[in-house]
Write a protein that binds this ligand. Structure first.
Ligand code: OGA
Ligand code: MN
Length: 232
């Protein structure tokens, strides 16, 4: 087992929320507030104030990679992933139904995409976690609420989504009535920074809970390619 994966496994302890679902549906019936500054509303939340306040620390960039680039990533990643089995039964894991790996060396086309990710997501000169993290969620897999380790990861997390749309939910750690849902379309890039990264848990919803702003978003197998920086 490689060190980054060891670290991630230890630090992604699931947080437990019992009443969020209920609160969410009551919010839904009163009309969710969307962020209007993007071409499509990819972010909804518990209040307009929160969406605006956190909006600058959360980005979703639709169509960040082309279909062809997605194919190149898959061709590069599938052979290694296929050798692993999806893990379903570690009840204390933050992730259910997944396999993962990390990669430091990439072919030229992927490297080109990754440098695009780095240049839009991270402050110039910010030292990055060397290897890129690859997480392959089975169709039935999901990520429970957690906060990435502050000991090992810095202020910014940036992820490409391959193969499936999905919903990432952020919930304020000390005020669970404050939340944002991000629609992450296939081939988009999301970026979480600062408060959104440190003070909110993030999770990827399972297929049967995958509803964005009242709209069902089927969750298929999803591979994410995640870049992180180092703590200051
Ligand atoms: C993680 C995580 C999000 C994603 O691995 O810690 O939150 O997009 N992943 O897969
Ligand atoms: Mn995480």
């Amino acid at each position: 087992m490689k060190p980054l994966l060891e670290v991630l496994k230890r630090i992604r302890k699931p947080a437990v929320y019992t009443s969020h679902q209920r609160r969410l549906s009551s919010c839904a019936s009163s009309g969710l507030l969307t962020l209007p500054i993007r071409d499509e509303a990819l972010i909804v939340g518990s209040s307009r104030e929160l969406v605006q306040r956190l909006g600058s620390q959360v980005e979703v960039k639709t169509g960040f990679i082309t279909e062809e680039e997605e194919g190149v990533f898959l061709a590069e990643l599938e052979p290694g992933l296929k050798k692993k089995r999806y893990e379903f039964d570690h009840w204390d894991d933050a992730i259910h139904g997944y396999r993962e790996t990390e990669r430091a060396k990439w072919g030229a086309k992927c490297e080109e995409v990754l440098s695009r990710v780095r240049s839009v997501a991270f402050p110039e000169g910010s030292p990055l976690l060397g290897p890129v993290h690859i997480l392959d969620l089975d169709k039935t897999g999901y990520i429970k609420p957690h906060i990435d380790s502050v000991k090992f990861c810095g202020s910014t997390i940036a992820g490409l989504s391959l193969l499936s749309d999905s919903i990432m939910r952020l919930v304020k750690e000390d005020a669970t009535n404050e939340w944002l849902d991000l629609l992450l379309p296939r081939r988009s890039l999301y970026i979480l920074r600062d408060q959104a990264r440190f003070n909110f848990t993030h999770q990827i919803l399972k297929d049967d809970e995958s509803v964005f702003n009242g709209q069902r978003v089927p969750r298929l197998r999803r591979i994410s390619v995640i870049c992180r920086n180092l703590p200051m």
